[in-house]
Design a binder for this molecule. Structure first.
Ligand SMILES: *Cc1c(COP(=O)(O)O)cnc(C)c1O
Length: 383
């Protein structure tokens, strides 16, 4: 998708009839909507997805955001949720029934794993987790009951990619549905759908929110899929996005392309600095030629993303901790997507198989030299 088309979607699509000709779309902060006649009421409740009746169903501010996010992913429709996790859980639950089987990548997002391995198992849905680096691994996991393939490329923290195009083509030929968590990628690329993925879920909390101050998520897919999801899990679970958050997401969408462009320049400089550093064994960034899945990164992303991991040379917990405690410009925190650079320390997690000396870094909006200087002084504490 070219930059002009992104601008049309972000600045124009769905904004034809704003109240008072407002330049910034106003917030419809109301729980419900009234009608002047029984006939108008009857018409509205029969089309609740398209007509505002109650804000758990259709709220104009949320709906405007959904139109833009669907257009950005190149899908027919979308539904927003109160978080990325809520979006993924509702979408997966809407597909499977007792007796069904799911294939999912092993190092997927922790709450996706919880849903598949501990919650849906209670309702008779089984999942096989695969490494996901080759199509063969998906083929081997296929059973007669398989209904859904769940991809997440790259995987959280370890950053291994799947051959998404190959897997989605196979999945379609087999009559399976492919769902992809595209939280790492930018919503400015339409890549998953172009590769044959049926349903794209992603957090909005990170790149779209962009200011570390709101939570949200979205499911983008074919109109029939979204309509069914609306009538069942969306309305029943009620994990909706508030109109206030939707308004802030609309604000942030206006600057998304500009923010990501700036960050892709900064991250390239930080990675170049780290790959030469004596305290760093490896920089794990899908856009670096040293990455095992580098070949796939252009297939799946429109631009270089500001999130990567490093593997420290030391495996000594004390030194690893000294490095992390010594960081100033990088705050220690989960998530990413805001202005502030962040570090996620694997050494702080007991229940994962992440290497202790792995640290995930997110590059925000600070100057590249400022970030490199900070990394340098902290890395000296762990050599
Ligand atoms: C953050 C994240 C989510 C969940 O999004 P929230 O908005 O935090 O609920 C899902 N998948 C991946 C890969 C993520 O990084």
């Amino acid at each position: 998708m070219n930059a002009a088309e992104i601008s049309r979607i972000v600045f124009e699509l769905g904004e034809e009839a704003q109240p008072w000709n407002a330049v910034s779309p106003p917030v419809a902060r109301t729980s419900n909507f009234s009608f002047p006649s029984v006939e108008a009421f009857r018409n509205a409740i029969s089309r609740e997805k398209e007509v505002p009746v109650y804000s758990r169903g259709n709220n104009p501010t949320v709906r405007l955001l959904e139109k833009k996010l669907a257009a950005l992913q190149g899908t027919e429709d979308a539904l927003c949720f109160g978080s990325g996790s809520a979006a993924i859980a509702a979408a997966i639950t809407s597909v499977v029934s007792a007796g069904d089987h799911v294939i999912c990548v092993r190092n997927c997002y922790s709450w996706t794993k919880k849903l598949l391995s501990e919650i849906l198992t209670r309702f008779g849905v089984e999942t096989t987790f695969v490494e996901g680096c080759t199509l063969e691994q998906f083929k081997e996991a296929r059973t007669e009951r398989t209904r859904l393939v769940v991809l997440e490329s790259p995987t959280s923290v370890r950053m291994r990619l799947q051959p998404v195009g190959e897997v989605a083509a196979w999945s379609r030929a087999e009559g399976l549905l492919t769902l992809m968590d595209y939280s790492y990628g930018s919503p400015l690329s339409r890549k998953p759908v172009a590769l044959g993925v049926d349903v794209v879920c992603h957090t909005a909390t990170k790149y779209i929110g962009g200011h570390s101050d709101i939570l949200g998520g979205v499911v983008c897919g074919p109109a029939s899929f979204v309509a069914r999801l609306f009538q069942h899990e969306y309305m029943t679970f009620g994990a909706v996005l508030s109109p206030d958050s939707a308004s802030l997401f609309l604000r942030s969408l206006r600057t998304l392309a500009m923010r990501l462009r700036t960050q892709s320049e900064t991250v390239a400089r930080v990675v170049a600095f780290l790959e030469k550093h004596e305290a760093v064994d490896e920089v794990v960034w899908p856009f670096h030629t040293s990455h095992p899945d580098y070949r796939l990164s252009a297939e799946q992303f429109a631009m270089e993303m500001p999130l990567f991991s490093i593997v420290l040379r030391t495996r000594d917990r004390g030194r690893i901790t000294a490095f992390l405690d010594g960081l100033r410009a990088f705050r220690m925190a989960v998530s990413w997507g805001g202005f502030e650079s962040l570090a996620l320390p694997c050494v702080a997690f007991d229940n994962t198989d992440w290497p202790v000396n792995m640290v995930r870094l997110y590059v925000g909006f600070e100057d590249a030299d400022y970030l490199c200087n900070d990394l340098d002084q902290a890395l000296r504490l762990c050599v």
